[in-house]
Design a binder for this molecule. Structure first.
Ligand code: PEP
Ligand code: MG
Length: 596
């Protein structure tokens, strides 16, 4: 590390661990805030030069957007480049140019202020519009203004596109599409002021194997560009301007962690079987097809959750059937004999797709999400199902519906599946006709009617991220209430127990694809509750496998039985930690506090 920069005072921040690992590096502070533009006048003789400056700034911005467009296409596929279509249209708009040049000429103001005036008028008009789609365009106008102003004022823009060397991303908040747009090659870690351990930004970090800490409250106000940081994604600690002593200490922690990772990878080809012979399936959660490589190299047996919505939220337009078919088939063909569970579109909540249009909701997580959305937009649903059934011809695909809360949703969705299949067959498509159909159990209502649901589907996969959010009434992304967000709450354990019982009674299998098995306490109690499958981020699979292989099923069953009788999450946690200390001390290194 650069010694000159270590003179600043060290400050330690405590947040919520979101993705394990230790990272050292410079801060890349994402500057999404707009700078105020002062009213500044120029002399008559400066007008022409100012207009030239303005047109040069437009040209520089056009080049910048063109580069970004190409980078997005190269790294994420052709469709991702389309995200910038609106930006480029705004930049090329003749009225915007004409009005700004007129303001420079007539009011004798700087180009920056003239542009500010022009776009402010447009934005004021947009502010009164209810339509979400058009209001989203207002965000695009602001972004274009920010870019042109940065070029005019000679400032460097610190959007994600500017991340071109390895650094630690520091932001107040990251939306799922922000996170999906970060170039992972350059991102050593990321840290945010807001968010919880199961917010989508955290999930994406885990998928990419990048250390992350969220819920740091005000780190982004303290960290300046190029400040040195240490991120400990295991305990949730972030150190700003670390002293040489802290750096040495964390180098050791990092070396230990890396050694452990290497050791765990040697288990890749072994089954997830307990010491007394009980086997569970370990599969991977993926957001994009590229993650299949990580899933395979970390020993996943199939994909337990393919979050298809990331294909939809990172682009400005809806993908068509052929494009979706190729996208899904690319995953299935790489895992032709292992199950690939494709979840139908789960937009809504914080996963906002720009093509959706008017989506102003007071409570988006309780609103037009998941299956509610696809049953209302059956045009989108049918296209997706057609693509999935066609991709299913190449392997062992299962289809899963998210956010189910009433039985009718499942019945209706299944009817649509049958119609789609019939139509595809009539038109002589090769399809995976026997693809199993399952549901996510992620609302308390779904647990309460799990016996009914189990009679109408082939499998359950429990989404503990949302189940905890809805059952405990705790927003999964809200740092203020994150102390209440706890999957070990005995109420949650009882919901899990009831779901497993309903599945057993109806002889269907039941897995979990939420983040719960990613902590040692969660993995042990889920094992004891009798789940058949865990699906987790590829990088976490070796750890979970090691845990499963180090205990007996019998022990975890009694662990879970006792936990079910307890009154608080704290008691449950202490009970499991006691078991680890007394019976399986070698697992102690997987407890977060063991990391430092
Ligand atoms: C869940 O809710 O647990 C889940 C796996 O779905 P997501 O995290 O995508 O909402
Ligand atoms: Mg969910």
């Amino acid at each position: 590390m650069d010694e000159a920069k270590i003179e600043k005072k060290e400050i330690t921040f405590s947040g919520i661990p979101a993705s394990p690992g230790i990272a050292f590096g410079e801060a890349f502070v994402v500057n999404v805030e707009e700078q105020p533009v002062a009213e500044e006048h120029i002399g008559a003789e400066e007008v022409d030069a100012e207009i030239d400056r303005f047109t040069s700034a437009l040209a520089a911005t056009e080049t910048e957007l063109g580069n970004l467009h190409r980078a997005l296409e190269d790294e994420m596929g052709e469709e991702h480049g389309k995200i910038l279509d609106t930006h480029r249209m705004i930049l090329a708009d003749e009225i915007m140019r004409g009005d700004t040049i007129r303001a420079i000429r007539e009011r004798k103001v700087t180009a920056a202020y003239a542009l500010h005036l022009t776009l402010d008028r447009v934005l004021t008009t947009f502010a009164g519009i209810k339509d979400e789609f058009l209001r989203e365009r207002a965000a695009d106008i602001r972004d274009v203004r920010r870019r042109v102003l940065h070029n005019l004022l000679g400032q460097k823009i610190e959007g994600f596109s500017a991340l071109r060397k390895k650094a630690i991303v520091v932001a107040r908040d990251l939306t799922p599409s922000d996170t999906a747009g970060i170039d992972k090659k350059y991102c050593l870690a990321f840290v945010t002021d807001s968010g919880g351990s199961t917010s989508h930004a955290a999930i994406l970090a885990r998928s990419a194997g990048i250390p992350a800490v969220v819920g740091l409250t005000d780190l982004s106000r303290h960290a300046k560009p190029h400040d040195q940081l240490i991120v400990d994604g295991i305990t949730g600690t972030v150190i700003l301007n670390p002293t040489p002593e802290s750096i040495d200490m964390y180098r050791e922690v990092q070396a230990r962690y890396r050694e452990l990772e290497r050791e765990l990878l040697t288990l890749r080809d072994y089954p997830a079987v307990t010491l007394d012979g009980h086997t569970i399936e370990l599969s991977a959660n993926i957001e994009v097809p590229d993650e299949v490589d990580d899933a395979l190299s970390h020993g996943a047996r199939g994909v337990g959750l393919f979050r298809t919505e990331y294909f939809f939220i990172t682009r400005a337009t809806l993908p068509g059937e052929e494009e979706q078919y190729r996208y899904y088939a690319s995953v299935v063909k790489r895992m032709p004999s292992d199950p690939v569970i494709i979840r139908t579109l789960d937009v809504g909540g914080d996963k906002i797709a720009r093509w959706v249009g008017d989506l102003e909701e007071a409570n988006p997580f309780m609103g037009w999400r998941g299956i509610r959305f696809t049953l209302a937009r059956t045009d989108i649903f049918r296209t997706q199902l057609r693509a999935i059934f066609r991709a299913a011809a190449h392997g062992n695909v299962k289809i899963m519906f998210p956010m189910v809360s009433v039985l009718e949703e499942v019945r209706l969705a299944r009817e649509i599946c049958e119609e789609v299949k019939e139509d595809l067959k009539r038109n002589r498509y090769q399809i995976g006709e026997k693809a199993e159909i399952g549901v996510m159990i992620e609302t308390p209502a779904a647990v309460a009617i799990a016996d009914h649901l189990a009679r109408e589907v082939d499998f359950f996969s429990i989404g503990t991220n949302d189940l905890v959010q809805y059952a405990l009434a705790v927003d999964r992304g809200n740092t203020k209430v994150s102390y209440l967000y706890d999957a070990l709450h005995p109420g949650i354990l009882r919901l899990l127990r009831d779901t497993v019982a309903a599945a057993r009674k109806n002889k269907i299998w039941v897995g979990v694809c939420g983040e719960m098995p990613s902590s040692i306490q969660g993995a042990l109690v889920l094992l004891g509750l009798g789940l058949d499958e865990f699906s987790a981020a590829p990088y976490l699979i070796p750890t979970i496998k090691k845990i499963v292989r180090s205990v007996t099923y019998d022990e975890t069953r009694s662990l879970a039985r006792k936990a079910l009788g307890m009154g608080t999450a704290r008691e449950v946690r202490e009970h499991i930690e006691r078991y680890i200390r007394d019976k399986r001390p070698e697992l102690g290194e997987f407890l977060p506090e063991a990391a430092s």
